[in-house]
Design a protein around this ligand. Structure first.
Ligand code: ZN
Ligand code: ZN
Length: 306
């Protein structure tokens, strides 16, 4: 989800239920699944969801672990710049983790908006604040070419390779920084460029992806298959299946899936499809923390029997 273009997810229908959950599970929301690694709560500027609701959904759907990954920006004045108090948030997540222990494992994560000009600040922040899990993501930041005020004039007249170049250059620097467990939504730029470049066009520039995938392999950074694109008209994960397959061919070993929910009806949405992509690429498990091998994040058998 973009840190500056705000959530534009589908509208939802609250329903009355005797179970106490305020939202009916939608068909695309996964059940019986090891983990959703990416979601935003009211500690993010663009979400109002209370952690408690995601936890209740996870317990009801059979999602055994969730990583809470609120936004943090480093550009002074950006929406997620100093938006939450670290100690308060850590306590809220820690208390919830205790309350839900034995039912849902709740992890203290973060999604950092990566901008190369703030790499020193990001490094210093990560060295002085502890998290279970960190995602580094490139967003449509205020002064960048993909911001809604600028993207049209930027994209017009360019080839797709030219149009993605600034985004992919920042993504490569984020990966090479070695700061993050996972690189978030590798090609979310598809969403902002869609009016000028239909999503299938991105499959015509594999060489642009190749550099990113090699950087992931070389740094041991995990690739996130972010299912939020399945909720948008592009109807495609970030990145698409062919990119995940190529990552595996290049020797990629660490992959994970996240819904990037900002709303309850987006929680765990699309994870089934994302896991099918992961399994088809030849992976049999997901991961979370860098350098921790998690046998319990093995994909359920239904994905592996094919
Ligand atoms: Zn994001
Ligand atoms: Zn996100």
């Amino acid at each position: 989800m973009t840190a500056s273009n705000g959530p534009t997810e589908p509208t939802f229908q609250p329903v009355e239920r005797t179970s106490g959950l305020a939202f009916e599970r939608l068909p695309g929301q996964a059940i019986d699944f090891p983990i959703d690694t990416h979601m935003h709560t009211a500690f993010s500027h663009d979400s109002h969801v209370l952690l408690e609701l995601y936890a209740a959904q996870a317990a009801e759907y059979g999602i055994r672990e969730i990583a809470i990954t609120d936004h943090i920006d480093f550009l002074p004045g950006a929406p997620a710049y100093r938006y939450f108090d670290y100690a308060v948030r850590r306590k809220v997540i820690g208390d919830a983790a205790e309350r839900w222990a034995g039912k849902v494992r709740i992890r203290h994560g973060i999604e950092i908006t990566y901008e190369s000009r703030f790499e020193d600040e990001i490094r210093e922040y990560l060295e002085s604040h502890s998290f279970d899990y960190s995602i580094g993501s490139v967003h449509a930041v205020k002064e960048g070419p993909y911001h809604r005020e600028r993207v049209e004039s930027f994209a017009r007249g360019k080839t797709v390779a030219e149009a993605v170049a600034p985004y992919f250059a920042e993504v490569e620097k984020a990966i090479r920084s070695g700061l993050f467990d996972t690189l978030g939504h590798l090609d979310q730029v598809k969403r902002w460029l869609r009016p000028w470049f239909p999503t299938p066009v991105f499959a015509t520039i594999p060489e642009a992806y190749e550099r990113l995938l090699r950087a992931l392999v070389e740094t041991g950074t995990a690739l996130e298959v972010n299912s939020s694109g399945l909720r948008y008209p592009e109807r495609e994960t970030y990145p698409a299946g062919w990119v995940v397959a190529r990552f595996r061919e290049l020797g990629g070993e660490r992959v994970t899936v996240g819904s990037d929910a900002h709303l309850p009806q987006s929680f765990a949405f699309g994870l089934e499809e994302a896991a099918e992509i992961v399994a088809a690429a030849g992976f049999d498990r997901l991961c979370l923390e860098r350098s921790i091998e998690r046998g319990d994040l093995r994909l359920p058998e239904r994905f592996l029997r094919r």
